[in-house]
Design a protein around this ligand. Structure first.
Ligand code: NAD
Length: 528
């Protein structure tokens, strides 16, 4: 048994923050310290308003970080039963007031020094330049974190890959450790994260599976058991799968590639439907009723977005080519090609609907995020749509999103700066905080994110939709995208001026009953 008292999580992003918070919540006897080089992000994690928006996250962080609040959890008996018998109401125990055990810091070196286990959950985007640009994974941040660990970790510290990385990265980690600390044993585990933004807390609280990849050595198995024990505090053992480390690394890329492939498959059918008069919704429903296929990820739409699917499939194609398997690379590349085709097709439909010219016209985009319930502006399908629309020289494009900040949207749009001067105040794109102001005098309103507040009312539904799409990231797809030149057809639900940071939707009922207190800002809160 390897005793774990202190866990260091490197990277306080969409994965590191929520994962560390849930581990801390369920393991009150362990200190969990999340470190990041980004001072602003750490300050936000320490403050009242978290840097990322996830339903239920505030509650989890408040209990683990601030302590003192009572909360309910399943008893171990209830937990075992819930794992064994689906749908059974589990027994519950009320946790007493507790000491804070979740901390956030920029002191990376000091924290690594005292850690028994280091979870590495830094960003692994696609390389922008050099060999493999556009496809290979940029491992700079990951290697940097590994070097920090190699130079500072105590002997025997367990290293866990939580970032999504190419297969064989575990070997790279071992090489880095060996180069800096020859002869010292550092067990390396792969523990890929399958959460989806927008449902991160639910996904972490009730994971379908926890995959732990380890080497077939005694130290490898011991390390895997230590990590499994952390998860076993709330995840039934039957869902914790110890596997070979290379399988573990590859299964994350495989899962994302296969989910994305379903979306591209149904989108390819949607293109045929539009030419033939077949209804892709009816086809998806019928096909999805086949139990061998299933209904999820079969809704035709704008294609997938988000920070993972595109980059992970690109990484898979690059990996395949590096392994001398160009046919495999070409197979998965087609999933990306179909995704781009769908966005392109949608934008061209908009232009065609507006008489093939956007000159002097105003377009409004409702929703920038790649899906609802997240403020993550990265890799949004909206960016490609905006690029194509701008080529037609519209008078202006107004964007409203209830969660994405103006600065995040402008940062993403900055790739269009050279061509279209989008970030200049007098440029053609503006980000507005009021949806009604954004829609005023528009020639077309495009709903690009499936936020509930944009849902089209039954009475206002056009008899025959001109085009429809969905936003995806790997979670449940829903929502509708419509091109309409008639504003009466779009119902933007009240309030007319939503707050820039709207109150997050409540936790699902089953989780709510396990987390009691409501977060309330004190009257003297200096951050509101
Ligand atoms: P992110 O960009 O939100 O966060 C990464 C953080 O790591 C940043 O705050 C950055 O400052 C920090 N960082 C980078 N190098 C560091 C270093 N050396 N020391 C300390 N901090 C450092 O990224 P994310 O969305 O949380 O993704 C993290 C990983 O998880 C990626 O590999 C991603 O593919 C994977 N993943 C993401 C999701 C998702 O939905 N976002 C889901 C599953 C897996």
């Amino acid at each position: 048994n390897v005793p774990i008292r202190t866990v260091c999580c490197i990277g306080a992003g969409y994965v590191g923050g929520p994962t560390a918070a849930v581990i801390a919540l369920h393991n009150p006897h362990i200190r969990v310290i999340v470190v990041d080089r980004d001072q602003k992000r750490i300050d936000a994690w320490k403050g009242r308003h978290l840097p990322i928006h996830e339903p239920g996250l505030e509650d989890v962080v408040r209990i683990a970080r601030d302590g003192g609040a009572e909360w309910r959890r399943r008893s171990s008996v209830g937990q075992a039963r819930a794992g064994a018998i689906d749908g059974e109401t589990p027994d519950e125990v009320v946790e007493p007031r507790r000491q804070p055990n979740l901390f956030f810091s920029t002191a990376c070196v000091e924290t690594i020094k005292e850690a028994d286990m280091c979870l590495i959950s830094v960003n692994t985007p696609t390389k922008k330049r050099g060999v493999g640009a556009g496809r290979a994974t940029d491992m700079a941040a990951f290697e940097g974190a590994c070097r920090d660990v190699a130079m500072n970790a105590k002997p025997g510290c367990i290293l866990v890959e939580k970032s999504t990385v190419p297969c064989k990265t575990g070997q790279l980690m071992k090489d880095i450790m060996e180069a800096h600390r020859p002869g010292v044993v550092f067990p390396v585990l792969s523990n890929p994260e399958f959460l989806s933004e927008g449902t991160a807390v639910r996904d972490l609280m009730q994971p379908d599976r926890v995959v732990i990849g380890c080497e077939s050595t005694i130290s490898g198995h011991r390390a895997a058991a230590a990590l499994a024990n952390l998860y076993a505090a709330w995840v039934p053992r039957s869902r914790i799968a110890p596997i070979n480390i290379w399988s573990s690394e590859l299964c994350k890329l495989a899962a994302n590639a296969m989910l994305a492939q379903r979306i591209s498959s149904i989108n390819s059918i949607s293109a045929i439907c539009e030419r033939t008069g077949a209804d892709v919704g009816e086809i998806a429903k019928s096909v999805g009723m086949d139990p061998r296929i299933g209904p999820q990820f079969l809704k035709a739409g704008l294609g997938f977005g988000g920070s993972c699917f595109r980059k992970d499939i690109a990484s898979l194609t690059y990996l395949s080519e590096s392994l001398g398997l160009p046919e495999v690379a070409a197979y998965w590349q087609q999933v990306l090609t179909m995704n781009n085709f769908q966005r392109d097709r949608f934008a061209r439909n908009v232009i065609a609907t507006l008489n093939n010219s956007l000159r002097g016209k105003k377009i409004t985009i409702l929703g920038y995020a790649f899906k609802k319930n997240t403020g993550d502006a990265r890799e949004s399908p909206a960016l490609d749509v905006i690029r194509i629309l701008l080529e037609e020289g519209p008078k202006s494009i107004s964007i409203f999103d209830p969660l994405c900040s103006e600065s995040d949207i402008k940062r993403e749009l900055s790739v269009l700066e050279q061509e279209f001067a989008v970030c200049k105040p007098e440029g053609p794109v503006e980000v507005l905080s009021d949806p009604y102001v954004a829609c005023a005098d528009s020639n077309a309103v495009l709903v690009l994110t499936d936020w509930d507040m944009f849902k089209i009312t039954e009475q206002a539904k056009p008899t025959k939709p001109e085009s429809s799409a969905d936003s995806y990231d790997g979670a449940t797809p829903s929502g509708l995208l419509r091109i309409t030149s008639n504003l009466d057809q779009v119902n933007i639900s009240k309030p007319p001026t939503p707050p820039r940071t709207p109150k997050m939707s409540p936790l699902p009922a089953d989780l709510q009953s396990r987390l009691l207190p409501e977060a309330v800002c004190p009257a003297d809160c200096t951050e509101c």
